[in-house]
Ligand binder design. Structure first.
Ligand code: ADP
Length: 528
């Protein structure tokens, strides 16, 4: 009869409405499922109804809600392996199991219990969303279930499955949000997020502690009030630039500390989080206090600069008085007529002292120049550098019968003249620290990523590996007594190479020979 619903129809409508409301309004999954099974028992007059959800491993069904004559969750059926018993089988087959003849149903595992309790009907449904099994809904009834009820229960089970999935997703989202918030709050830095238009929408508690103001006062553009006035324009321009281009934001500026109103330097970085269509969803940023490092680095820079200037002035200005000592000693010696061996010996000491001093001043000056004069943007043609170095040392090379082998040498970042100086120092050391046999020096270059690594290998006296770093220090010498020198040559080489963004190091075996390596970034020509 149109317009009038049957009893079944009314019950089913009420059941669907109650289940829809439970899933929509109750956040906690187990409470919502409890409402659902209670609604089933209430509206369908079921003996009891239960819902199991699939464990995260996918192997076990866990009883989450039970209503009717059994409400406990910890009995025999609290954990049902997928595939076992009628519930596990429904899960495995992903098909409902429905019967109005429990007494003769082979799947009912305890027919005596069913008879004793007067159970007539059983209905079990797999709970499936997007092809994924999320659980099982089942009920026993002491009266037969109509066709309409069974069909209605099928659609109820779809609703419950979607509800379970949605609540799990919400819980997972909440959980991950909680984790990220915890992460943000436990970092030493101030962590913040901003909307795509650049307004802050979250600042971690480290921020409120540092600035000494309520978090909400920092939100939007509130944080700008804590930026040093001299840095503000730069900071805002740079931030605008990142907001419009989507490139990573990185800037160093001063932020005022709330407790003592002191300005401290911070490194502020932010990265955009993109959505599926590459649209910016949000910005995630950090402020790292770099005040101490920055002040320390500045103090070190000033101290180094002063030291370098001192070395330059001292080495330069001491040359003149030394020349005077030299000239006047020679003149004095010419006037002394007593031909006594000790006088000549003293004269030799003075000459040797002056020579060593000159050598030291020359190396010191060249060390200072290596710092002051470098043009770090140019290129060096290493084959010209090597040829120049060989030309300077030609006489010593010939006298010692040295064989120099060289393969291709590239063009690198650097300065041809300065790198010639490096080769000259290295070759001169190989000639000096030679063994009794004629020196053989092998020079080669190998490309490694964007850099060239040049090696200068000799067959000299070598040194122990543990000294490989020390010899690059100022005035550091391993063979003090036996060989002349100032201990500045390698320090100069290292300084020159590092100026151009390279590295210098050495390997050696005593009595076999040494290899000195330096790397230099590729020259522009090579990169093109
Ligand atoms: P110097 O040669 O004036 O002493 P360097 O700075 O050029 O100063 O070298 C530092 C020390 O490293 C040398 O005193 C020497 O002990 C060691 N050394 C440098 N080059 C070689 C080499 N080719 N073979 C063995 N030892 C070397």
């Amino acid at each position: 009869m149109p317009g009038i619903q049957s009893d079944d129809g009314i019950r089913i409508t009420a059941l669907s409405a109650d289940i829809g409301a439970a899933l929509a309004h109750i956040n906690e999954l187990s409470l919502a499922l409890k409402e659902c099974v209670e609604a089933i028992v209430r509206h369908l007059d079921a003996a009891f109804a239960r819902i199991w959800t699939l464990s995260s491993t996918g192997a076990v069904l866990e009883l989450k809600a039970s209503a009717g004559i059994y409400t406990h969750l910890n009995g025999n059926h609290s954990q049902v392996p997928v595939g076992l018993f009628k519930i596990g089988q429904i899960a495995k087959e992903r098909k409902p199991h429905l019967t109005n003849d429990v007494a003769h149903d082979p799947r009912i595992s305890d027919p005596r219990w069913a008879a004793r309790e007067g159970m007539v009907a059983f209905a079990g449904y797999p709970l499936i969303v997007d092809d994924q099994l999320v659980g099982v809904l089942a009920l026993f009834s002491r009266h037969p279930l109509s066709e309409a009820t069974m069909t209605a229960l099928e659609s109820v089970s779809v609703g419950i499955a979607i509800g379970i999935e949605r609540k799990r997703a919400q819980a997972a989202l909440l959980d991950s949000e909680r984790r990220y918030r915890f992460l943000a709050e436990s970092m030493p830095q101030i962590v913040w997020t901003a909307t795509p238009d650049g307004g802050l929408d979250y600042v971690s508690s480290q921020g409120t502690t540092y600035f000494g103001i309520q978090g909400e006062n920092l939100l939007g553009a509130g944080w700008l009030a804590a930026v040093h006035p001299d840095d503000r324009d730069r900071v805002v321009n740079r931030w605008q630039q990142s907001l419009s281009s989507g490139e990573i934001y990185e800037s160093e500026f001063r932020l005022r500390r709330g407790t003592d109103r002191a300005w401290r330097w911070f490194l502020v970085r932010a990265q955009p989080m993109f959505g599926p269509e590459h649209q910016t969803l949000s910005w995630v940023g950090t402020c790292t206090d770099t005040h101490e490092q920055k002040e320390g680095a500045e103090a070190l820079r000033i101290a180094n600069r002063e030291l370098e200037e001192f070395a330059y002035v001292a080495s330069h200005d001491l040359q003149e008085p030394l020349r005077m000592v030299n000239i006047y000693t020679q003149l004095l010696l010419r006037r002394i007529t007593i031909d006594e061996p000790s006088t000549n010996q003293y004269a030799d000491f003075v000459r040797e002292g002056v020579r060593r001093m000159e050598e030291l001043l020359r190396d010191l000056l060249s060390f200072s120049r290596s710092v002051h004069e470098a043009d770090t943007d140019g290129t060096a043609d290493l084959s010209i550098s090597l040829n120049d170095a060989i030309a300077v040392l030609r006489t010593r090379i010939e006298e010692t019968g040295t064989e120099i082998k060289c393969q291709f040498l590239p063009i690198t970042r650097g300065d041809t003249r300065q790198i010639a100086h490096v080769f000259q120092n290295l070759l001169s050391n190989s000639l000096k620290y030679r063994r009794d046999e004629p020196p053989v020096i092998d020079i080669s270059a190998e490309q490694q990523n964007d850099a060239w690594v040049v090696s200068v290998r000799d067959n000299g006296i070598g040194f122990e590996t543990r000294y490989a770093d020390r010899i690059f220090g100022l005035f550091k010498r391993l063979h003090k007594e036996e060989y002349p020198g100032t201990g500045l040559g390698l320090a100069i080489c290292k300084r020159i190479i590092e100026r151009y963004g390279g590295r210098m190091w050495a390997e050696s075996t005593p009595g076999v020979g040494s290899t000195f390596f330096f790397s230099l970034p590729q020259g522009e020509e090579a990169q093109a």
